[in-house]
Design a protein around this ligand. Structure first.
Ligand SMILES: Cc1ncc(COP(=O)(O)O)c(C=O)c1O
Length: 451
């Protein structure tokens, strides 16, 4: 069986770090300058998570390519952590955005594009009524508020190691005794998440049933497959059980398709015929422009309309001045009309299959106890058997090995998402891009194995 030699790995990682610094003098200079006024040297803290001593600064991005300020070009499998799943700077988006920007962006008034977008979201996801937000985080936050209002129940339930954005109630984990705990990295929580949230393991219907039985949970907020602690697929029957138990206990089911849109044009909801009460989605639906949407059934919608008419939206804790702006609506219309369609997935999914076949071939050839997982056009390798839940997935993380592959790839012109080992394929990628990754993966493995 192939085994990683930890001392070779540490040495090789050191060499890659030196190589990185030498190759990126301009990014190094910008990074040093950025520290003067940007906390941690970046405009958003998790940009520090890129491998190497500093983040590379990008100059431009197009399709599945990113070029940095040192003039180096990368095949981009990170695609803005799904925000650019349509491909970067696609002309249909940039032209629509340019046109709308020249006609006005923020007016407090609806624009016509929003009507088209609402209809398209119904066609894709099945739910008839929609609202827009600026980010998936906000869409989730607003959906949770609606669910609590509609059910009159105080708590929500999420799966362990889920990620639904920086939504306070969801940044929780569960200990051995089943108690809800604050996620270690969640600083400054408003309240103890034990007051707001129940957490159970993905794929554990028994625990879910027990948690929902008291009838104090407004909704389950779930990705149909976990994607933020690596890809954790649902066991056969799990999602059906989730729907049955939520219905039986009067708990609303909110499906977050922000990442699982990788399963097809209507996400896992359409691909697996799920029947959520509400659905949230952000990231790629604006073709890279910040926007999000959340939808709900006609029955829930009619109850909310009454509320909004009587109390006024500005006191409902929902929405935002810039939500639903005309630029976002134009971007969504352009992106949903020209991308993330059947014909785009017909290119992207076979590329993801080629990616997993290539990686699996290397794993088998080297006799490694590793696996590769795929959901639609999203693919990921694990340094273990595929985990069945967030707890197993979190325990399987090997930060040093991850850093190795991320940096080894980056130094050779391939960008991977800086969290876990995920690659997103799009209709802008090519077979040659995938084969480059496979070749580098084989070389990267070869460098660190025991001889
Ligand atoms: C499933 C899911 N929902 C919501 C979000 C939040 O998205 P944003 O950071 O754009 O608000 C994320 C971010 O990774 C996500 O993966």
């Amino acid at each position: 069986m192939g085994l990683v030699d930890k001392s070779r790995l540490a040495r090789a990682l050191g060499e890659e770090r030196e190589r990185f610094v030498l190759a990126h003098p301009r990014s190094a200079a910008l990074s040093a300058a950025a520290h003067k006024n940007l906390l941690t040297g970046v405009p958003m803290a998790w940009m520090t998570r890129w491998p190497g001593s500093f983040p590379i600064f990008f100059s431009h991005a197009e399709g599945a390519r990113v070029t940095d300020v040192d003039g180096l070009e990368y095949v981009d499998f990170a695609l803005g952590d799904t925000g650019a799943m349509t491909g970067h700077a696609r002309p249909f988006v940039t032209e629509a955005v340019g046109r709308q920007a020249a006609r006005g962006i923020t007016t407090m008034l609806p624009s016509q594009d929003s009507i088209w977008v609402g209809a398209e979201l119904e066609r894709r996801f099945g739910l008839p009524l929609w609202q827009f937000a600026l980010t998936a985080t906000d869409a989730n936050r607003f959906a949770l508020r609606m669910a609590r209002y509609l059910t009159g129940r105080p708590k929500i339930l999420v799966f362990d190691w889920c990620y639904h954005g920086s939504v306070d109630e969801t940044l929780a984990t569960v200990d051995e005794a089943g108690n809800t705990k604050r996620r270690g990295s969640n600083i400054g929580a408003q309240v103890d998440p034990a007051l707001t949230t129940k957490v159970v393991q993905f794929n554990d219907l028994g625990a879910l049933e027990a948690a929902l039985a008291p009838g104090d949970v407004a909704c389950v907020l779930a990705e149909p497959a976990l994607t933020n602690i690596g890809i954790v697929l649902p066991d056969s029957g799990f999602l059906e059980g989730l729907r049955t138990i939520t219905r039986d206990t009067g708990t609303l089911l909110i499906i977050d398709e922000t990442h699982t849109i990788c399963a097809g044009p209507g996400g896992a909801t359409a691909a697996w015929r799920l029947e959520p009460d509400m659905l949230t989605i952000g990231k790629p639906i604006g073709g890279g422009v910040p926007t999000a949407a959340y939808g709900l059934s006609a029955e829930l919608g009619s109850r909310l309309e009454e509320c909004f008419r009587s109390e006024g939206v500005d006191v409902s804790g929902i929405g935002g001045t810039l939500a639903g702006n005309a630029l976002a609506a134009a971007a969504m219309r352009a992106a949903l009309r020209n991308a993330l369609r059947e014909e785009d997935f017909a290119v992207a999914i076979p590329l993801a299959e080629r990616w997993t076949t290539g990686v699996a071939g290397v794993i088998t050839e080297q006799g490694l106890p590793w696996t590769v997982q795929r959901l639609g056009c999203r693919a990921e390798y694990w340094f273990c058997d595929p985990p069945r839940n967030g707890k197993e997935a979190a325990a399987a993380i090997d930060s040093e090995l991850e850093a190795w592959f991320h940096l080894f790839m980056l130094n050779r012109g391939v960008l991977m998402t800086p969290f876990h080992n995920m690659a997103l394929l799009s209709s802008s990628h090519t077979s040659a891009d995938v084969d480059l990754h496979t070749r580098l993966f084989a070389e990267g493995v070869d460098e660190i194995l025991s001889r």
